[in-house]
Design a protein around this ligand. Sequence first.
Ligand code: F0G
Length: 352
Amino acid sequence: MWKGLLAQYREYLPVTDKTPQLTLMEGNTPLIPLTSLSEEWGIELYVKVEGANPTGSFKDRGMVMAVAKAKEEGSKTVICASTGNTSAAAAAYAARAGMNCIVMIPNGKIAYGKLAQAVMYGAEIISIDGNFDHALSMVRKLSETSPIALVNSVNPYRIEGQKTAAFEICDALGSAPDVLAIPVGNAGNITAYWKGFSEYHALKGTGLPQMRGFEAEGSAAIVRGHRIENPETVATAIRIGNPASWDKAVAAANNSGGKIDEVTDAEILAAYELLAKREGVFAEPASCASIAGVMKQVQSGEIAKGSRVVAVLTGNGLKDPDIAIETKKIKPIVLPNDERIVFAHIEGVVLQ
Ligand code: F0G
C-alpha cells in the first residue's frame, strides 16, 4: 500500500527519526497518455496529473515535507503567501499536524475552490489589496523576526518534497522523458523537478529531460528579463511578476537544453478546453500553460516530432469552476419537467 511521500521516499528526503510521520497519502499521481493529442501532434505525450493529490494540487508534495519539518523544529504556526493552492495545502497539512496556519492572498484574485479549502481547513486568512509578490515580501519579513515558519517554496523543504514527482515519472516510464513541460509562476516547481531528475539520474542513470517552462504572457518576468509590476493573466495561480526562484528556473532551462517561454491567455484557455473535451482531463487554467506550451513548441519545431513529452498538470480543474463556466459558450439548456419536450429536444438537437 502507498504510504505517502515521507515514508515512501524517506532515503531521498531530509527525514530523520524525529520528523513527524505526517501524511494525507499525497503523491503516486497518475501519468496519463494523451492518445488523441499525441497522434495529432506527432509526439508521445503524457500528463502528470497533480490535481489527484489530496488538496488537488502539486503543493501537497512540498507542504507535507515543509510542515513536518516546521513541527520537528518546534514551530506552532506556519505562514505563506499564495495565489490559492499553496494556502489550501498549507492549511490542510497544518490542520493534520495540529498547527496553526496563516495565509496571505491577493484580494479577489484567487479561485473560489481554493478559498473554500483554506476556510474549511481553518486557516487564518488575510486578503490584501495587492498581488502575490507583495504578499510574499510581507510574509518573508514577518517570518524573519518571529517563530512562525515560512512554507512558501523559498523554504528548501518545499523543493525537496516536490522533487519526488520527477522520481515517479522516471519510475513510470523507465527513464526520464525527452521533454518536461511545466507552468512557471514563482518558479519553485521547475526548480524542484530539475533537482529530482538530476538526483535520480546520478543514482540510477535515468537520463535528463529538456526542461521547458511556460509563464503566462501578462506575467512573463523571466521571458522579458525584468520584473512585472502589475502581472495579469486569467491563470490566477501563476499571476506572479517577480518569481522567487528566478535564477534556478533559468539554470534548469539552460543546463538541460530547454527554455523558459510564454503562452498567451487565449492559448492557455484553448489548451484548457482541448484537454477536457478531447482527452477527458480537467485541469485548472494555470496547469494548461504546459499543454499550451507543448502545442506552441511542436508547431515551432522546438519540440521535435517523436519526442516523449511529459506535461505537468499542476492543479485540478474543479479548483476554479468560474473560469470553466465563463469559458464555454455552451451552457446547460433549461427545459420544463416534461418528458415529451425533453425527448423532442434530444432527438431534434443532440441526436442530429
Ligand atoms: N500551477 C498551479 C496550479 C499553481 O498553483 C502554481 C503556483 C504554479 C503552477 C506555479 O508553480 O510557483 O512553483 O512556479 N502557485 C503558487 C500558490 C504560487 O500560491 O499556490 P511555481
